[in-house]
Design a protein around this ligand. Structure first.
Ligand SMILES: C[S@@+](CC[C@H](N)C(=O)[O-])C[C@H]1O[C@@H](n2cnc3c(N)ncnc32)[C@H](O)[C@@H]1O
Length: 306
């Protein structure tokens, strides 16, 4: 692995130590009260943008509008969404290996180019369609839903440029996961909700809908950022403020969520976490790896009870 991984490990230890000190001294409470008093005193900690007074579901219009501003460069492989374009390196194996472990895919088929053939997947929060296309390339039938009209328009436009074979295996809808679940409960082999949780305030609502869409024994895959100082440092300070890969205000520490919190929410709806993998992104070589440490971002696989 690259020398950047060594740096990542050292920073991980430094931040872990800082977190322990902060927890012991309850400095995070102090930081939050300072921010409440002095506005955005601590960069990227809280989302101080106006919030809807009574949200009906998990959707925040402010988030959708912010992400919609990136539509023009979503499919630019060197633009702000660059990381998403090589994320298939771990997201597709996360799904394929998870489905092998539940027996939905035969072990011998895992390395085939059409390993996901016949698997019906809901992509909850599909954005411009990067992951939906990656999954369909491996043979899955993918339904992508997203509340962002601009994102779904973009996903449809991009799909139009692809082969008939791919077009036949993807459909997109502008809707919320909660609405979709009302009509399609219990119909999917897998639900993938990737890089969405960090844009959602009402996590329980979207997670309940994701689980509801699964067939008994179906698999839920979630990728998101951990609620740690390390993730705050990499995704906000480095990526948004120092190197400016991603527009400022895309991520907030308060919206990051630990795998334990996700596991505890989905367990209420009959879904049990099976495995959590850590991810490491080596930006200079634009490559993703599975690692044992889940302190920055992770991929969770859970299975709905039969
Ligand atoms: C960073 S993009 C990820 C897109 C896609 N999953 C991927 O990985 O290529 C986040 C997407 O989540 C969508 N989103 C935000 N809040 C959502 C919610 N409550 N329910 C469903 N989708 C949501 C946004 O519109 C946006 O398209």
């Amino acid at each position: 692995m690259s020398p950047y991984y060594g740096l990542y490990v050292v920073l991980g230890l430094v931040f872990k130590l800082a977190e322990i000190v902060i927890r012991v001294l309850k400095v995070n409470l102090l930081m939050k009260s300072l921010e409440a008093r002095f506005g955005n005193f601590i960069i990227g900690l809280n989302d101080s943008r106006p919030k809807e007074s009574a949200p009906k579901d998990s959707v925040s219009k402010t988030e959708i509008d912010h992400l919609a501003k990136m539509v023009h460069c979503w499919w630019d492989k060197n633009g702000p969404a660059k990381m998403l374009h090589t994320f298939y390196q771990v997201r597709v194996p996360l799904v394929v290996n998870g489905l092998v472990e539940t027996g939905r895919i035969a072990k011998g088929d895992a390395s085939k180019v059409d390993s996901l053939d016949g698997v019906r997947i809901l992509e909850a929060g599909c954005g411009g369609g990067v992951l939906a296309e990656d999954l369909a390339q491996f043979g899955a039938y993918v339904v992508g839903v997203d509340p962002g009209i601009e994102m779904i328009d973009l996903a449809k436009k991009h799909l139009d440029t692809e082969s008939v074979d791919l077009k036949d295996r993807i459909e997109y809808h502008t809707t919320t996961v909660e609405e979709h679940a009302k009509k399609f409960a219990g119909t999917y082999d897998a639900v993938v909700c990737s890089e969405v949780m960090e844009h959602v305030d009402e996590k329980e609502s979207i997670l309940e809908a994701c689980v509801s869409c699964l067939k008994p024994g179906g698999s839920l895959f979630i990728t998101t950022e951990s609620q740690t100082m390390l993730a705050w440092f990499f995704f906000i300070i480095i990526s948004e403020y120092i190197l400016r890969f991603i527009p400022k205000g895309t991520h907030f520490y308060e919206k990051f969520v630990s795998a334990d919190t996700i596991s505890s929410i989905i367990s209420k709806y009959g879904c049990v976490t099976h495995k959590v993998h850590g991810f490491f992104y080596d930006r200079p070589i634009n490559t993703w790896y599975f690692i044992n440490n889940q302190d920055c971002n992770y991929g969770l696989h859970a299975v709905k009870n039969k």
